[in-house]
Design a protein around this ligand. Structure first.
Ligand SMILES: Nc1ncnc2c1ncn2[C@@H]1O[C@H](COP(=O)(O)OP(=O)(O)OP(=O)(O)O)[C@@H](O)[C@H]1O
Ligand SMILES: [Mg+2]
Length: 112
């Protein structure tokens, strides 16, 4: 990944970069922001004040979407963050396949 010579040391920054890239959930937690704020998947201890930020189901969908699976089907109610998850997943996929100069197009459904 870093094309190090045998003399060059792996730095903590490099290690963090590589470890984070392995898992799409870690990747989006580190790199993805929504309106400048970090995203959340888990709110611990049943904290009712932050209950709407508790979205643990997104993690499995992100990992499936970023995998080599051809189809990922989700049955959902509205406003569970699936548009956000879809964009995060395609960015992860593009970044992790960038050596192939991969291009992506994400289309949102519209009324028309
Ligand atoms: N993990 C997250 N952390 C912080 N905010 C989030 C997260 N996931 C979603 N949101 C926010 O929650 C709201 C709903 O997300 P989104 O529009 O992606 O949901 P959706 O399931 O696609 O909704 P709809 O059913 O209306 O299409 C948005 O404002 C989005 O930015
Ligand atoms: Mg949506």
């Amino acid at each position: 990944m870093f094309n190090l010579t045998p003399q060059q040391q792996i730095t903590p920054k490099m290690l963090n970069y590589a470890m984070t890239l392995i898992d799409p959930v870690s990747y989006v937690l580190q790199h993805h922001k929504i309106k400048g704020k970090p995203i959340t998947f888990d709110v611990p201890n049943y904290d009712q004040n932050r209950a709407v930020a508790h979205r643990p189901w997104q993690k499995k969908i992100i990992r499936a979407s970023a995998s080599e699976e051809r189809d990922v089907c989700v049955i959902k109610s509205r406003q569970l963050g699936l548009s956000e998850v879809a964009v995060e997943s395609i960015i992860y996929w593009l970044d992790t396949h960038s050596k192939y100069k991969t291009k992506g197009l994400y289309a949102f459904p519209t009324y028309r």
